[in-house]
Ligand binder design. Structure first.
Ligand SMILES: [Zn+2]
Length: 384
């Protein structure tokens, strides 16, 4: 699609719009730089752990604390986790708290931010411990077939989590409640009927105590499938605008985007594990590891997995933008209200301080959604 200025139709861009886009650009640039710096630091640490042999020393310390392999692995994971948490903390604090406050987006107190960070740390630690134990059990017990076993287990886990996350994981961080606005519930129900998507559950997502940003999402699988609408969205958008946003989420449902995302992720998992296997076979004698199941090789495993994810990132994002474009088209066909779609997009850009027109390179590499300017241009095409 040809690139056009968001404001080329209708009124010319006002000074306010230009200033807003400028602020949005500095906000996005700051986050990208922080992400890049954090990522480089992690990669450097992983290389150091490997090259200086520190990972083998930490493994020996772990076996000094506990002689059984599963327990020693937990001790090792705790030490590695502590190193990365501590070095990453300044980035998390600055990017997750200071920057959000500076741009007037966060509504959290420092205490609330710390509480949320501790919760993420807890959830992350449980998942990392479970994954680590599974990974090194498979490597030690089935050195030929380990990557297939791990891939199958991860895929089953992803399917299970798609069902359980809305009721098990999200409530740890957010409050939800049924939408009380009867008129809106009725609109959504009619929309669902017209689209053939039987999504009966629409929940209000209490985002407003944390941020002024708005969001909407389709989550869950089967009985846990639901559309989530942030209270920040409900506050500022008209009924017609909310309708187009719900229609977009229903588009994801009708297009089976959650199962499709799991298929794409699964392919990526299998590919990553296959590359990890090849690298481990080559590197085990080189680094003097005690076989494939020696967990001192973890920094190498993480480097390989990160490398594969980075290489795949533009392709994964291009896939996501394609699915998002399809959901937009679905919403416009279902509601036949491009004007509401366009004003919803403008409001979202303003509320979330989103770059309307990121550079082509930035959009290609990092964006999972088409730019707001492109989404508006598409709706304008439909309007005519
Ligand atoms: Zn979407």
């Amino acid at each position: 699609m040809e690139e056009r200025n968001e404001m080329s139709q209708g009124s010319p861009p006002g000074a306010e719009d230009v200033a807003r886009e400028g602020r949005a650009k500095s906000y996005a640039r700051l986050h990208r730089r922080l992400d890049l710096a954090g990522w480089l630091l992690n990669a450097l640490l992983l290389v150091l752990l490997l090259a200086a042999g520190w990972t083998k020393e930490l493994r020996n310390v772990a076996y000094g604390v506990a002689s059984a392999r599963p327990l020693a692995l937990l001790v090792y994971l705790a030490m590695i986790g502590a190193i990365f948490e501590l070095t990453g903390l300044p980035f998390d604090y600055y990017g997750g708290y200071v920057v959000e406050k500076r741009f007037g987006l966060s509504r959290m107190t420092l205490g609330a931010w710390i509480k949320d960070s501790l919760k993420s740390l807890g959830v992350g630690a449980v998942l990392a411990a479970g994954l680590g134990e599974l990974f090194y059990w498979a490597l030690a017990a089935h050195p030929e077939m380990w990557w297939l076993l791990v891939a199958v287990a991860l895929i089953l886990f992803a399917v299970l989590m798609a069902q359980l996350a809305p009721v098990l994981l999200f409530p740890i961080f957010f409050k939800f409640r049924p939408i009380e606005n009867e008129e809106l519930v009725e609109r959504v129900r009619r929309l669902g009927e017209r689209s053939g998507a039987r999504v009966s559950t629409v929940m209000e997502w209490k985002l407003g105590e944390k941020t002024s940003k708005a969001n909407a999402a389709l989550t869950g699988w089967g009985a846990t499938r639901r559309v989530l609408l942030a209270d920040t969205l409900l506050e500022r958008h008209s009924a017609e605008e909310i309708e187009t946003i719900v229609a977009h989420e229903l588009g994801h449902h009708v297009h089976r985007d959650i199962p499709m995302a799991i298929v794409v992720q699964s392919a990526l998992v299998v590919l990553s594990l296959w590359v990890v296997n090849s690298v481990l076979l080559w590197a085990t004698p080189l680094f003097g590891f005690r076989g494939l199941g020696d967990f001192a090789n973890l920094p190498l495993v993480l480097l390989v997995v990160t490398g594969v994810s980075l290489v795949a990132l533009p392709a994964v994002n291009a896939y996501s933008r394609w699915r998002e474009r399809n959901a937009d088209r679905f919403a416009l066909e279902l509601t036949r209200n491009p004007a509401a779609f366009i004003s919803a997009m403008r409001k979202l850009a303003e509320q979330n301080l989103a770059e309307s027109q990121p550079s082509r390179v930035v959009e290609f590499l990092f964006h999972g959604h088409p730019s707001i300017a492109k989404r508006i241009a598409y709706a304008e095409q439909v309007q005519r």
